[in-house]
Design a protein around this ligand. Structure first.
Ligand SMILES: Cc1ncc(COP(=O)(O)O)c(C=O)c1O
Length: 383
C-alpha cells in the first residue's frame, strides 16, 4: 500500500483519501513485477506473446471468439463504432447518459462520422424497450440514416455504477436481432457488474455481439482496455486500431499487468462494493436535510450523493471535504468528483478502488459526517 500522507500549509500531517474515480488506482506490486519480467515483441506484427496471451485469456473469459488489447475504453468504443458503422450515413442508438454520447468528445460524430439517436436512460442504466423500437429505422428511405448499432453501458457510469439486469439485456438483444442490428456493450466496469450480479463475465455479455472492458479502472492496471467479439470483428478492429495510432509495439509490458488483473483483481471488487455501500449507508443513516443517498441504487463501487438543500452545492461539499482546518479533529482530506445533474441539480460521486482500505473508509465516513453536521448547523444558525 502506498503512503497518502502529505505536508500541508498548516504544517499538519494530512491523509489524502482520493475517491474521485477508480482510474487513479495504481498498479499492484504483483503487476509491477510481472511488467518487469514480461516477455515482449512487436505487437503490430503479432509478435508480442504477452499481449497475445492477454487477448486469448480475455476472449475466453468473455466467451467471444477473439479479443484485442487497446489503449483505453474510449479507443475500444470508437473502434467498435467504426467497425459496426463502416458505411456512410450510419446511426447508433444509445442511452442519453451513455459515456460514448456524453463523455467521449463526440468521437462517434467527430471521428467515426456517425450520428447518435439517444434514448432516455432510466435511473438503473436501462432504457425503454418501446422507445428503442421506435428509434430503430425500419426500411430507411433516402432521407434517413441507417440504424447500425445499439450501445448499452454496464455498469452505467452516470447512473451511479448500476449493473444492467440480465433479462433486460436479453430483450434488447432480441429486438436488435429482429432488425439485424448488432449490440455493443461499453463494459468499462463490466467486471464490477459480474461481481454484483454474482455471475460470470461471460454470462453478462452473452447477449451482446461485441464488448469492451477497461483494465485501468477498478482492475488497477496502469493502462489499457480489451475489445472482444467475433474473429471477423476483431480482424477489422485491429486495422482500425492502427489508423487511430493505437498499433503498439512491445505492449506486453502493459499486457502483463492485465494478466495479473484477470487472475487477482476481479473477485476482490466485492471489497470495493462493500466499501462503497458502507459509505453510502453512513450518509443515508444521517437523514440529513443537506444531502441524500439512495441506498438501493448502490450496486457497485460508485456512490452518488444528491444535494437537497438550496444553500449548499456539491462544490461546497467537495471543497470542505478536501480542506483541513487547524481546528478539525479529523486531519483527512477527502477528494471527490462533482457533477452537474439535470436542471442544475448537483450531485457528487465517490468511487472506491483497491487502494482504498477499510481504515480509509472509516476515516472518510468520519470526515463526511463531520462536514454534513457542520453544514446542518449552518442552516440552523441562518434561521
Ligand atoms: C462507461 C465508460 N466507458 C468508457 C470510458 C472511457 O475509458 P477511458 O478513460 O479508458 O478512455 C469510461 C471512463 O470512465 C467509462 O466510465
Amino acid at each position: 500500500m502506498y503512503e497518502k500522507i502529505i505536508k500541508t500549509d498548516l504544517g499538519a500531517d494530512v491523509k489524502i483519501i482520493d475517491l474521485r474515480t477508480d482510474t487513479i488506482s495504481r498498479p499492484t506490486q504483483e503487476m509491477k513485477e510481472a511488467m518487469y519480467i514480461a516477455e515482449v515483441g512487436d505487437d503490430v506484427y503479432g509478435e508480442d506473446p504477452t499481449v497475445t496471451e492477454l487477448e486469448r485469456r480475455s476472449a475466453e473469459l468473455l466467451g467471444k471468439e477473439d479479443a484485442l488489447f487497446v489503449a483505453s475504453g474510449t479507443m475500444a468504443n470508437l473502434i467498435a463504432i467504426m467497425v459496426h458503422c463502416s458505411q456512410r450515413g450510419c446511426e447508433i442508438i444509445s442511452g442519453d447518459k451513455a459515456h460514448t454520447y456524453r463523455l467521449e468528445q463526440g468521437g462517434t460524430a467527430q471521428i467515426a462520422g456517425v450520428q447518435t439517436a439517444p434514448v432516455k436512460n432510466k435511473d438503473d442504466g436501462t432504457f425503454s424497450l418501446d422507445e428503442l423500437r421506435e428509434k430503430i429505422r425500419k426500411n430507411p428511405d433516402m432521407h434517413e440514416p441507417i440504424t447500425s448499432l445499439i450501445i448499452v453501458e454496464n455498469t452505467h457510469n452516470l447512473c451511479g455504477g448500476k449493473a444492467l439486469p440480465l433479462d433486460w439485456l436479453e430483450k434488447v438483444s432480441s429486438i436488435a436481432a429482429e432488425h439485424n442490428i448488432p449490440v455493443h456493450m461499453d463494459g468499462a466496469r463490466l467486471m464490477n457488474a459480474a461481481v454484483f450480479l454474482k455471475v460470470t463475465p461471460r454470462r453478462v455479455v452473452r447477449d451482446v455481439d461485441t464488448v469492451c472492458f477497461c483494465l485501468s479502472k477498478g482492475l488497477g492496471c496502469p493502462v489499457g482496455a480489451v475489445l472482444a467479439g467475433s474473429t471477423d470483428f476483431i480482424t477489422k478492429s485491429r486495422r482500425i486500431r492502427k489508423v487511430l495510432g493505437g498499433g503498439w509495439r512491445q505492449a506486453g509490458v502493459l499486457a502483463a499487468a492485465g494478466l495479473v488483473a484477470l487472475d487477482t483483481m476481479i473477485d476482490r471488487l466485492r471489497i470495493d462494493h462493500d466499501h462503497a455501500f458502507k459509505i453510502a449507508k453512513a450518509i443515508s443513516c444521517l437523514n440529513s436535510n443537506i444531502c441524500e443517498v439512495d441506498l438501493g441504487s448502490v450496486n457497485t463501487n460508485i456512490v452518488m450523493i444528491s444535494f437537497i438543500h438550496p444553500s449548499f452545492t456539491p462544490a461546497d461539499f467537495a471543497a470542505r471535504l478536501a480542506e483541513t482546518k487547524e481546528e478539525d479533529s479529523i486531519k483527512v482530506s477527502v477528494r471527490i468528483g462533482i457533477r452537474q445533474g439535470a436542471k442544475g441539480k448537483g450531485f457528487t460521486r465517490l468511487v472506491t478502488h483497491w487502494e482504498i482500505t477499510e481504515e480509509d473508509v472509516n476515516l472518510c465516513i468520519a470526515k463526511i459526517v463531520m462536514v454534513i453536521r457542520e453544514f446542518e448547523k449552518r442552516t440552523i444558525s441562518k434561521l
